[in-house]
Design a protein around this ligand. Structure first.
Ligand code: ADE
Length: 238
């Protein structure tokens, strides 16, 4: 998967995207993260990527021409690339979207700034508008990093074992069960004895019950949409 990130601030990306799992995924050529400075596609002597809004009003608007040129350049090789514009006005990002985007070969992520981008970019170039939640950030860079991370980990081989993605919260519709590691006791706080029992069926049952109960308490909306078995319903009633 190739991510082309169009931004006015490419320097924001290096530490996050070149660490840990995403760094390994790039070394293994499973993902390629290509940050592109929109300013490089300006043609005036001041390299101006934004301008005053027609009709007046506060703030600046990102100009259409450099963004069109940058996208045209990327689309020379392949015309059929999704262009995702990060904006609080977009559809709220979720795990299903991460899975769908992970099936693409290439994605263009356009990071907005200032008061927004010229509407002609949104009308003509953008194929998806995506928000990461109902709050307003200073720009689309952090949201773009979140998409790259969530999408990359759905690509086979990026995570150590594919199971770790499959067993996650949301993948199986409900929240995770609690996890423990050594030591068995810390500051008087003990690991639940069932996890030390070696009885795998018992452990599975305990985990499922904990996950179901936690979901009921914290995200009943998820439980309403989850496909629950007869055993699940009995565990919830216990
Ligand atoms: N740009 C600013 N805020 C944003 C948000 N919540 N999601 C996506 N892009 C944004």
């Amino acid at each position: 998967m190739k991510f082309d990130i169009l931004t006015l601030f490419p320097e924001m990306f290096s530490s996050v995207l070149n660490s840990s799992i995403l760094n390994k995924a790039q070394e293994k050529d499973l993902i390629d993260i290509n940050t592109i400075n929109i300013r490089d596609y300006t043609t005036d002597k001041h390299n101006q990527a934004d301008d005053y809004p027609y009709g007046g009003g506060a703030g600046m608007v990102m100009k259409a021409e450099p963004i069109f040129r940058a996208v045209d350049d990327l689309k020379l090789a392949s015309r059929d690339i999704a262009v995702i514009f990060l904006t609080p006005q977009g559809d709220t990002f979720n795990q299903d979207m991460a899975k769908e985007f992970a099936e693409e070969k290439e994605l263009i992520l356009l990071c907005g700034h200032y008061e927004g981008v010229d509407q002609r970019v949104r009308d003509e170039l953008v194929t998806h508008e995506v928000s990461i939640g109902d709050y307003v950030l200073t720009g689309g860079e952090l949201p773009a990093m979140i998409l790259v991370d969530a999408i990359s980990r759905m690509i086979p081989g990026v995570l150590g074992s594919e199971e770790s993605a499959i067993q996650d919260s949301f993948y199986g519709d409900i929240l995770d069960y609690p996890q423990y590691t050594r030591p068995q006791e810390y500051k008087g706080l003990k690991v639940p004895s069932v996890l030390l029992s070696g009885d795998h069926a018992k452990v599975d049952r305990w985990r499922r019950k904990k996950a179901l109960k936690k979901t009921l308490l914290k995200r009943p909306d998820l439980l309403a949409n989850a496909s629950l078995s007869k055993e699940d319903k009995l565990l919830l009633a216990e």
